[in-house]
Every structure is written in C-alpha cells, then in structure tokens.
Design a protein around this ligand. Structure first.
Ligand code: FAD
Length: 238
C-alpha cells in the first residue's frame, strides 16, 4: 500500500504492515491473476491470434522464464508511474546521494538513515534534513509533504529537534500547491487556502521552505537548484 511508505520511512510501520498478498484478494473476487510482466501489446492480433493480445513473462517464482500470450476484448494499462531518479544527476538511493520513500525498500533505507542521524544528534551533532521534490517537473508533492511532518515528529519524540534544521524544497509556485494548483481546506469552521494552511503548519513546527525550485544536481551533502526567477543556489544537507 504505497501511501503508507511515509510511515515506514519514519520507523512507525514495518514493510510487512504496508504490503499484502494479492493472490488471495483476486481469488476471492474470482479474478484470474497472472504474476507476470507485460512486455508487449498487440491490439491488432497476429501470429495465431485473431483477437488483440498481450505478451507476458512470468515473475511468479513457480513460472519464472515462461511466457504467455493473453487475448483480450478490453485492456486497461495501469502500470503506474516510473521512478525517474536519472532525470536529476545524483538523485536517488541507488545511484545518487538522497533517500526516497517511494517503495518499501527505499522507505526502510530512509528510516535507517534517519535513525542513524537521530543517534548522532543524541550525541550532540547538528543535522540538516532537506525533504521535497527532486526535479523541476515533479507533479506529486504530497508524499514528501507528509513525510517532512513525520520526520519532524520523530525528531521531537527523540528530544533532538532543537539540533535539526528541517527544510522543504519543491517546484510548487506557492507552498500548498501540491501539484494541482492548490487546495481549499475546511478546518475549525474556516475555509483556508492551501498556501496559508501549509505555511501555518510549517511556521508552527519551525520548518523552513523553498519553493519555485528545480533541483538540478545533487552532490554528496550539497543540493544545486534553480528558481523560477533564474537564480541558482546551493543548499547543504546531511
Ligand atoms: C510515498 C507515497 C505516498 C503517496 N500518498 C498518496 C496519498 O496519500 N494519496 C493519494 O491519492 N496518492 C498518494 N500517492 C500516489 C499514489 O500512490 C499513486 O498515484 C498510485 O499508487 C498510482 O496508482 P496506479 O495503480 O496508477 O500505479 P501503481 O500503484 O504504481 O501500480 C502499478 C502496478 O503496475 C505494475 N507494473 C508496472 N509495469 C508493469 C508491467 N510491464 N507488467 C505488469 N505490471 C506492471 C507495478 O509493479 C505496480 O504494481 C503516494 C505515492 C507515494 C510514492
């Protein structure tokens, strides 16, 4: 369950708690599940098929190496977003210098680093945490926005928040845009726009924010970013 990775990344939930077996779910509703990778779509049929079909390669451990062709009348292609860390040099946990909470394994690694920082802070170290989006064309800020509050909470619970600088960086025009031109939130009898709502939350918690920013490169301990007005900046992080 992808949205819950923000809890895994803060050590509040385990990988086991955010994942579940799909096969029993599909069995219950009488859907034939093939645990496989779709590799090609043939909307006009061909090679022995009059109907359209999809070619699949099994990832099911019991059938790895086997492929199949499945005919369809109607196809839903719902393969989701592709994590594109390569778009920003130095971004991402595999080839770069930043953490991610986009998958359970990324989130586990992020929590490992967070807990390591907490331990070092308990010994008196100061740390800068920068959380946000890693490219100027990102369209989803929600997960990072939730995660920064989880990190703030973890640091407070550990009694080390006073040793942390916590910074939000994103390509939003205004804080609270969330990639969809902002929101209006009803809270306490007031209708508040996303900018005021988000800025209030950050001010209350001592979080800093940088918006209108496209991260262009990450080096160990240093983020390079350009803002909409054309100015370029660097930001150091732990
Ligand atoms: C940390 C985090 C928190 C989020 N929180 C929220 C939230 O609170 N609210 C919200 O609305 N959204 C949230 N989102 C966004 C939301 O999770 C995604 O928009 C949503 O999961 C997209 O659903 P999907 O079915 O299109 O794709 P996915 O959930 O990515 O599913 C696509 C599936 O297709 C499979 N697949 C890919 N290629 C192939 C192939 N060739 N053959 C077969 N299968 C393939 C993948 O393995 C995957 O299982 C969050 C995202 C993240 C990363």
């Amino acid at each position: 369950w992808i949205p819950s990775n923000i809890w895994v990344g803060a050590g509040e939930m385990t990988e086991r708690q955010v994942t579940f077996e799909l096969a029993p779910v599909y069995k219950k509703i009488n859907v034939g599940l093939r645990q496989a990778r779709a590799v090609s779509i043939h909307p006009e049929g061909g090679s022995g098929h009059e109907s359209p079909f999809v070619t699949i390669e099994y990832t099911d451990p019991a059938r790895v190496g086997q492929s199949d062709e499945i005919e369809y009348d109607y196809l839903v292609n719902a393969t989701g977003p592709k994590l594109n860390f390569d778009a920003t040099p130095g971004l991402g946990p595999e080839k770069g210098y930043t953490m991610s909470v986009c998958t359970p394994s990324h989130a586990l690694e992020a929590n490992g680093q967070l807990q390591k920082c907490v331990q070092e802070m308990k010994a008196g170290a100061r740390k800068t945490f920068v959380i946000g989006t890693g490219h100027g064309m990102c369209t989803c800020q929600g997960a990072a926005f939730e995660y920064i509050y989880n990190v703030d909470h973890v640091l407070r619970e550990a009694g080390v928040r006073h040793l942390a600088r916590v910074v939000w960086i994103s390509n939003e025009y205004e804080l609270g845009d969330f990639g969809m031109g902002g929101v209006h939130i009803t809270r306490g009898g007031y209708l508040t726009n996303g900018k005021v709502f988000a800025e209030s939350l950050m001010v209350e918690r001592g979080l800093e924010w940088i918006t209108r920013a496209a991260v262009t490169k990450v080096e160990p301990g240093k983020i390079h970013y350009e803002q909409l007005d054309g100015s370029v900046h660097e930001l150091e992080f732990d």
